[in-house]
Ligand binder design. Structure first.
Ligand SMILES: Cc1cc2nc3c(=O)[nH]c(=O)nc-3n(C[C@H](O)[C@H](O)[C@H](O)COP(=O)(O)O)c2cc1C
Ligand code: SF4
Length: 425
């Protein structure tokens, strides 16, 4: 397959690969600049850059300065495309968006919360605003709300499917049956939903897909189904340039398939992580001591939280993994070695270039999207098998749906079309 560019508004990435924002401090200037130097989009995570011992007010200022410093460092290392990832569940989310834009960032990726006010926080038409979604329903909600309130549409969507690492936009129940929420199915639904908006706003809305993408041929399959690019997290963790500690990376290498588990999080969404001493202890004791000097999350109730996720993520990132949470994608157990970003991207592009050779049906074409799973020759069950070892730990904190900044998993998600659906024949 010819390697396509990813065209955003006013910006073009040479390759269709976005390195996902990974907090806390997993994707900072080193990783993001290395990916940008290979022609992809490198994403800086903006969470947890403050000082856990600071007060809420101090913390906002410290986070702001730290983010500007990281942007400056990344800029000194690359002329390529950089994005900043902001989690809507953060109490200083608006401040981080404004800071990133003031620091010259032209791509804001907004996840873990409904971006209802994002165009007001960042009205600059030169900044690409890219919400992360996990269902067609949330895509529709954002598109409608932005059009009616701001006469604006999204510059791209990132769809995170159920195999992704970090926080997930699905309920624990849904994650027990990920085959019902395949990335391919959600992609097909979202591609339909965006069509009238593309017509009305007179431009294409690229769809970037994430969650479980591991090889060049995975990328090829998604492009063939109508995605414009992929976002990847797990594979970029296992690189020299990744900003996390070596202990964090080694936990990926050591992980077995059934070590990859679903956990509850004070953010109000489930997350995927590697089973370790921290999670075992939490299971045994039910709770750890929680001190909350500032409310970093709007959704976290420190009095009842089982653990402080800010603390746990900072610990693991700095190498204290026995006291930390190690987020990872469903495919983290497949990682066998640490490599460089250059080698990893080279391997992915070689796989992508080889994808569909001699198969004219494999050319990227949105028009061919009507029959997602079957057209790709992919058995839906393949994904179910991938997640066979998923284990749900503890109860989950349910989140309602709809207000600004609320988490966006939704129990009534419409199911994507299934293979046996007669409308697909
Ligand atoms: C260690 C880790 C931390 C992550 N942190 C964040 C985050 O802070 N914000 C976010 O939007 N996504 C986060 N993610 C999700 C990634 O950006 C990406 O979408 C996802 O990992 C893609 O799935 P993959 O890991 O299977 O490639 C995280 C993922 C990992 C593995
Ligand atoms: S207890 Fe919750 S709100 Fe407080 S610092 Fe920890 S994660 Fe943030």
């Amino acid at each position: 397959m010819k390697i396509p560019e990813l065209k955003l508004r006013g910006l073009t990435a040479k390759i269709p690969i976005v390195q996902g924002g990974m907090g806390v401090r997993v994707s900072l200037s080193s990783l993001a600049s290395a990916v940008a130097n290979q022609g992809g989009i490198g994403t800086l995570s903006s969470i947890g850059l403050g000082d856990l011992k600071a007060t809420k007010k101090d913390n906002e200022g410290i986070s702001r300065e730290a983010l500007l410093r990281e942007i400056g460092k990344a800029r000194s290392l690359t002329d390529g495309l950089l994005a900043v990832n902001v989690m809507g569940a953060l109490s200083n989310a608006a401040d981080l968006v404004k800071t990133a834009v003031a620091g010259g960032i032209r791509i804001i990726v907004f996840g873990a919360g409904l971006p209802t006010r994002l165009p007001r926080i960042c009205p600059d038409p030169d900044v690409n605003l890219i919400p992360i979604i996990s269902s067609g329903r949330v895509a529709r909600l954002i598109l409608r709300s932005w059009e009616s309130r701001y006469d604006r549409t999204v510059d791209a969507f990132i769809i995170e499917g159920p195999l992704a690492g970090g926080h997930l936009g699905f309920s624990v129940e849904q994650l027990k049956h990920p085959e019902n929420y395949s990335l391919e199915g959600i992609l097909s639904e979202v591609l339909e939903i965006i069509k009238p908006y593309e017509d009305r706003f007179g431009r294409r809305i690229p769809i970037i897909v994430a969650g479980g993408i591991y090889t060049g041929s995975d990328i090829g399959r998604m492009l063939t189904l109508g995605a414009s690019a992929v976002q990847m997290g797990t594979r970029f963790v296992a690189t020299d340039e990744c900003d996390a500690s070596d202990e964090f990376k080694q936990a990926y290498i050591a992980a077995k398939e059934d070590d990859i588990v679903i956990i509850e999080s004070p953010v109000g969404m489930p997350g995927r992580a590697i089973r370790n001493e921290f999670l075992e202890r939490l299971d045994r004791n039910g709770k750890t001591k929680v001190k909350c000097p500032y409310r970093c999350l709007t959704s976290c109730k420190a009095e009842s939280a089982r653990y402080c996720i800010a603390d746990a993520l900072v610990n693991s990132c700095f190498g204290d993994i026995d006291r930390g949470l190690i987020f990872a994608g469903r495919n983290a157990f497949r990682v066998k070695k640490i490599t460089t970003v250059k080698k990893l991207v080279g391997e992915l592009l070689a796989g992508l270039a080889a994808f569909g050779e001699g198969d004219p049906g494999a050319a990227p074409d949105r028009g061919a999207m009507a029959m997602p799973c079957r057209e790709a020759g992919r058995d839906e069950n393949e994904q179910g098998a991938d997640v066979g070892g998923t284990e749900v730990r503890g109860g989950m904190i349910r989140a309602k749906f709809g207000r600004e900044g609320e988490t966006i998993h939704d129990d009534s998600l419409p199911r994507p079309p299934r293979r046996e659906d007669p409308s697909l024949r």
